[in-house]
Design a protein around this ligand. Structure first.
Ligand SMILES: Cc1cc2nc3c(=O)[nH]c(=O)nc-3n(C[C@H](O)[C@H](O)[C@H](O)COP(=O)(O)OP(=O)(O)OC[C@H]3O[C@@H](n4cnc5c(N)ncnc54)[C@H](O)[C@@H]3O)c2cc1C
Length: 261
């Protein structure tokens, strides 16, 4: 049996203040609790951040969309404002896991966890997001560092994620039929100044495809992707798909995403 000191602070300041070497933040618990149950992680203090009102909610301006870290996937999927300003982000949230996961899991928990097959990290990279923490603002390009590894320091709390509103964007995922995690997911965004393409599921960490970005910057059409040369070097090869198959599916998903933009 596992026992914890369960703490429910009312503000970010308090959450950070009570954090110690034995603590971790608990948001939806969808990734953390299975990890603890499987004894992949052990903590004596769980700091529940779901009661902190300032961490939840959606704010929209003409240029950006800011989502509080404890906002659930279901809230993102169902937000009329998000459907209007960045419909691809609402659709991405709607495709995460199952209704239970969407109603408990949070955007902040998803990106802090940085699972190599998670969906939101690709949105952060493609939509040039800024991660707001209690200490600083971190560009998405610097945030995702490796498998389950981010730029966050111990006890640093994500407060919100701010996305650039694109001219057009779309996310296409080839999901694992059981978990709905991405075998491969491709997020394409045409921003005011650049085209960004982020890929999840294929490698140990989400990454931007310079090859696809360069092709689409010259000609933003699905046909132009036929000329892309996607190398499978370093890609995951597992029971779900070989590295070569993932490289192939990236092209297929990229074409689908651009067609749906
Ligand atoms: C059956 C199943 C299917 C799933 N399918 C998908 C899928 O298709 N696509 C997908 O992307 N994901 C999927 N997930 C993962 C899901 O999206 C989780 O919600 C997400 O990975 C973690 O979010 P959480 O709020 O539950 O975080 P938690 O599990 O509470 O926390 C995860 C980690 O993040 C840290 N953390 C949480 N919030 C913060 C914060 N604000 N600041 C700093 N650190 C923080 C915690 O300390 C912990 O280390 C699935 C999960 C399950 C169980």
């Amino acid at each position: 049996m596992k026992s914890f000191n369960f703490k429910s602070p009312k503000s970010s300041k308090e959450a950070v203040k009570i954090f110690s070497n034995r603590s971790t933040f608990l948001a939806g618990g969808m990734s953390l609790l299975p990890a603890v149950k499987l004894r992949l992680a052990a903590y004596s203090d769980l700091i529940n951040i779901k009661k902190i009102k300032s961490l939840s909610g959606i704010k929209i301006s003409s240029k950006s969309l800011k989502i509080g870290s404890t906002t659930t996937h279901a809230e993102v999927a169902n937000s009329k404002d998000i459907k209007k300003s960045i419909p691809s982000l609402a659709a991405l949230a709607e495709g995460i896991g199952d209704p239970q996961v969407r109603n408990r899991g949070t955007i902040g928990g998803s990106i802090a966890n940085n699972d190599p097959a998670a969906d939101y990290p690709s949105a952060c990279l493609a939509l040039n997001a800024i991660i707001h923490t209690n200490k600083r603002k971190i560009q998405a390009d610097k945030f995702f560092k490796g498998m389950f590894e981010t730029e966050l320091k111990k006890g640093e709390l994500i407060e919100a994620i701010e996305f650039e509103v694109p001219e057009k964007s779309s996310y296409a995922k080839f999901p694992n039929p059981a978990s709905r995690y991405a075998v491969v997911g491709v997020y394409v965004a045409k921003l005011k100044k650049e085209v960004r393409v982020a890929i999840t599921g294929a490698s140990s960490c989400v990454f931007r495809s310079k090859e696809l970005e360069s092709i689409l910057s010259n000609n933003f059409s699905s046909l132009s992707i036929d000329n892309a040369n996607i190398s499978s070097d370093g890609f995951n090869s597992d029971i779900h798909a070989s590295a070569e198959y993932r490289a192939h599916i990236i092209k297929v998903m990229a074409k689908k995403a651009v067609s749906n933009c």
